[in-house]
Design a protein around this ligand. Structure first.
Ligand SMILES: O=C(O)CCC(=O)N[C@@H](CCC(=O)O)C(=O)O
Ligand SMILES: [Zn+2]
Length: 353
């Protein structure tokens, strides 16, 4: 069976990871008039026959890291429901399962971390560079051929955390000077019942940042539980997120709302590894969002000692194994939102953790 035939039967994930078949791009139209285009291995564009003037362009990406499988299963479920005609999207969709080779090897990456390759076009020295370049082109073409005005471009890049976490699900809002923190996007965070959101304070070379920076997309990296094996993920925790995605795609109008149920953090600083013997003073099983009181030494990088600053800081994504020059952790502080048309963050003067 060809890849397209597999996808038509609802097997987007299986087809994407099936390297016994050569990749051949192709397109077909469903009885409903929905136009499906397989652009690259793992990149499926969906266009409804008719688009309202306020239609969105929605990118749902997964599998940038091969061992983060819940997002991959989620995109598979959505692709299957769409191509089998079980749900009717009213927006243009770009569904992505990014790195099938790493998925097959159950590894985060093969040669290098793909989610640090979205700043510029990459010299194609390995597969991650080739895929990241192809994804940049797919995104440029998807948003470039849209009728949507910029606030209606969306990109949710779905991931899972390596460590345990004090918040099972959370979003990271990339930093850009474009208006990419709309109250609609943050309402989605609320409706999806994500536990927390953290707002970056500097540009980062991630996939979500790429869409925000270069296309003004309402973009988030979304962390959905922990890494795990395909088929063994617990979808009960992710049910509200799954439900909110279906509402987003099929255009159920949701109220614009924000509540303090979602914990807000702002990044206070990014810790970049400078020396090969960089280490944290805590164990590898310490959870994301663990708080360190002011003055607590949490990392050592050669001669430099890192201590928590005024009122303390919490740590997210600590990883001593990253290559020199890359992010080893984000330090965050609790914050609050001003929920206007574009949300803004302000520091809590004396946050309690
Ligand atoms: O658990 C971890 O250490 C990493 C999970 C993950 O892949 N997170 C993304 C976050 C991207 C961002 O900062 O927006 C990543 O590190 O690429
Ligand atoms: Zn990831």
């Amino acid at each position: 069976m060809t890849l397209i035939e597999q996808i038509k039967r609802g097997q987007f994930l299986k087809a994407t990871c099936d390297f016994s078949q050569p990749f051949v791009a192709g397109e077909w139209v469903l009885d409903s008039g929905l136009h499906c285009q397989l652009l690259y291995r793992g990149v499926l564009q969906i266009t409804p026959r008719e688009l309202a003037s306020d239609a969105k362009d929605i990118v749902l990406s997964s599998g940038i890291h091969g061992d983060e499988t819940a997002p991959v299963e989620l995109v598979q479920q959505i692709a299957s429901s769409v191509v089998l005609g079980q749900i009717q999207p009213v927006h243009r969709l770009l569904l992505i399962i990014a790195h099938p080779e790493a998925i097959n090897h159950q590894q985060r990456f093969m040669a290098e971390n793909m989610n640090r390759l979205f700043q510029v076009r990459n010299f194609e020295k390995n597969n991650e560079c080739r895929i990241a370049n192809a994804l940049q082109l797919a995104i440029n073409s998807f948003y470039g051929t849209s009728i949507a005005i910029k606030p209606e471009r969306w990109h949710l890049d779905l991931h899972c955390a390596i460590r345990p976490s004090q918040h099972d699900t959370f979003a990271i809002s990339p930093y850009t000077d474009k208006q990419t923190r709309s109250n609609k996007l943050f309402s989605f965070i609320h409706h999806a019942k994500l536990d927390a959101v953290l707002l970056s304070n500097t540009p980062s070379p991630t996939f979500a940042w790429y869409s925000a920076e270069y296309h003004g997309a309402q973009a988030l990296t979304v962390e959905l539980g922990r890494v795990g094996k395909l088929g063994q993920n617990d979808f009960t925790v992710l049910a509200p997120f799954q439900h909110a995605i279906l509402q987003l795609i099929t255009d159920v109008t949701l109220p614009i709302i924000w509540t303090s149920e979602v914990e807000v953090y702002q990044v206070s600083r990014t810790i970049v590894k400078q020396q090969p013997d960089f280490f944290f003073t805590f164990n590898d099983d310490v959870a994301n969002f663990t708080f360190f009181a002011e003055g607590h030494e949490f990392a050592v990088d050669g001669d430099k000692k890192y201590v928590a600053d005024t009122h303390g800081e919490a740590v997210v994504f600590p990883n001593r194994h990253v290559v020199v020059g890359q992010r080893a952790a984000l330090m965050v502080k609790k914050a609050s939102l001003i929920f206007d048309e574009q949300v803004r963050v302000y520091a809590k003067s004396n946050p309690s953790y």
